[in-house]
Write a protein that binds this ligand. Structure first.
Ligand code: F6P
Length: 534
């Protein structure tokens, strides 16, 4: 296994001990760790908020956990966590609080931030959303011809799309049978045309979701939807078919959506943490108020666990420490997410934004270069399809890739033989990665090195509550990693440069002549596109 070239700041006493310990850990065989300790599985399994995390098939011992948690303490993980929950402005570059956790506090809780009580306001907003969702679900919200809504289209991108799209797919068994949900995110007109072609304007409701209400992709899609609708309905009918979710009231009004049809949220909700806010409106319409509240409660249960469980028995902390351990000391550069549940098929993409937009940074909270490698590449797809695609590389490739297996024990169907086969495959992959095959009588292409780590995350069933807990688990994992790396996980300046340059190039693609002020490659690309689109 390759050694990482960078290590935690050497001024921390724990850094030297961790580096020493890691030198030994890289020699361990996972199978030996199991042989030496009959209770290893129990010792390295944690449960909270309906989730069970078995991290025993990782290169860790109790000493590893002790050293890593000491390091986490020295990095101030608990102090930063408490500051986040209190509403301090821990998003330094934007001078904002980070309070998505407040959105899932119970209605009778209280949270004072800067002299303002937030829970009442949050609950008022939630009740407005619930009343709207109920009207759509019960067929009381009518389209312009008096018919009930059959199709809901969420137009948004990034956090304003990935959360709604992922959760609506995950919660399909709880979804209203009359309603179909569509998600339009890409600025690619192929997607826009294909989505609209399948819809009837008289029974379609558009939810324009954008925190800023200025995002190019969302605005172009929203205007395309508006034009499409106006080819059938009239301006006065727009109110029955367009609602907005945003923090930007003036931009929403300018688009032509009245304040009554706007569901606001506050700037302390980051895009990739926003599914709990009014960005979750399409999910709420899909599953109804009781299930949505169960979803919030599942996340809140994980928040409580994260705040109060000691670091060594804290699920999000442990998930983060394991990720940190491999990234820093085993030279890994990617992390595979393997849900063995087809309804979680969008979860890896959701986590890509959550982890990589949060922790793909190279400066510390003070603006200095990070001494450590930060976010790994997050990727993955559902099992068992993944096994017939890229698992070859996990088993016999040259890179070490830690895997998070995610499974629900009980299905929402009665094909129990298939559920058994699904779980058998999931558990077998984890065992095979660990055991490998070392047999001198076999040709080398039949050998498996084994000793490859994985973490198993189990839930009883994929319900609103367990989904809420699962998302909150990874949110807090992301937060802890950011704290360990001393980076601000809550801004995303890295997205800005490409956005600005795209606007400049767009002017050249629209105008009568190209400025020709780019490098020769970009100039030639622009010229080709201009002539193709003439
Ligand atoms: O990709 C950058 C980003 O700002 C994300 O953080 C955000 O989720 C997405 O764009 C969408 O932004 P908005 O909700 O403002 O349209």
């Amino acid at each position: 296994m390759r050694e990482s070239s960078q290590h935690p700041p050497s001024h921390l006493p724990q850094a030297a001990a961790l580096a020493d310990h890691a030198r030994q850990a890289r020699q361990w065989q996972l199978t030996d760790l199991f042989r030496q300790d009959a209770s290893r599985a129990a010792r390295f399994t944690l449960e909270a908020a309906g989730l069970c995390l078995d991290f025993s098939k990782n290169h860790v011992t109790e000493q590893t956990v002790a050293l890593l948690t000491e390091f986490a303490q020295a990095r101030g993980v608990e102090t930063l966590r408490d500051a986040m929950f209190r509403g301090e402005r821990i998003n330094l570059s934007e001078q904002r609080a980070v309070l998505h956790t407040a959105l899932r506090m119970p209605p009778d809780a209280r949270l004072m931030v800067d002299g303002e009580e937030l829970v009442d306001e949050i609950q008022r907003g939630l009740r407005r959303m619930e009343s709207f969702a109920q009207q759509v679900r019960h067929g009381q919200w009518k389209g312009y011809t008096g018919r009930e809504i059959t199709d809901v289209v969420n137009i948004g991108i990034g956090g304003s799309d990935l959360g709604p799209a992922m959760t609506c797919a995950a919660m399909r068994h709880y979804s209203h049978p009359r309603l179909r949900f569509h998600f339009l995110s890409n600025v690619d007109g192929h997607a826009t045309v294909a989505t609209l072609a399948a819809l009837d304007p008289a029974t379609t409701l558009f939810i324009i979701s954008s925190k800023s209400f200025t995002t190019q992709e969302t605005m172009l899609n929203a205007h395309a939807a508006r034009r499409w609708f106006l080819a059938h309905g009239k301006e006065k009918d727009l109110a029955a078919h367009f609602v907005a979710v945003s923090t930007n009231t003036s931009a929403v009004t300018a688009f032509g959506i009245a304040a009554d049809n706007m569901f606001p949220f506050r700037d302390w909700v980051g895009g990739r943490f926003s599914i709990w806010s009014s960005i979750g409106l399409s999910l709420l319409v899909a599953i109804g108020a009781d299930h949505f509240r169960a979803f919030l409660a599942g996340a809140h249960a994980m928040d409580e666990h994260f705040q109060h469980a000691p670091l060594h028995s804290n699920l999000p902390v442990m998930l983060a420490l394991i990720a940190f351990w491999y990234r820093e000391y085993f030279g890994t550069s990617s992390q595979l997410i393997a849900p063995y549940h087809e309804d979680l098929r969008h979860f890896p993409a959701y986590l890509q934004q959550l982890e990589m937009e949060s922790n793909g940074k190279s400066v510390t909270r003070k603006g200095e270069p990070t001494p450590m490698k930060t976010s790994a590449v997050i990727w993955g797809s559902t099992g068992t399809n993944n096994q017939h695609a890229y698992f070859q590389m996990l088993h016999q490739g040259s890179d070490l890739i830690p895997v998070d297996f995610i499974a629900a024990l009980k299905p929402h169907h009665d094909l129990i033989d298939q559920q058994r086969a699904l779980l058998a495959n999931c558990f077998a992959q984890a065992e095979a990665l660990m055991n490998g095959v070392q047999d001198a009588s076999l040709p080398t292409h039949r050998l498996f090195p084994g000793n490859r780590p994985s973490t198993m995350l189990l839930m009883d069933q994929l319900t609103p509550a367990s989904l809420g807990a699962l998302i909150a688990l990874y949110e807090h994992k992301t937060f802890v990693l950011g704290a360990l790396w001393d980076i601000n996980s809550f801004d995303q300046w890295g997205v800005e440069l490409g956005k600005t340059m795209a606007l400049r190039i767009l002017v050249e693609l629209e105008g009568s002549e190209s400025a020709g002020q780019h490098d020769s490659s970009t100039n030639a690309l622009i010229a080709r596109a201009r002539s193709a689109l003439k």
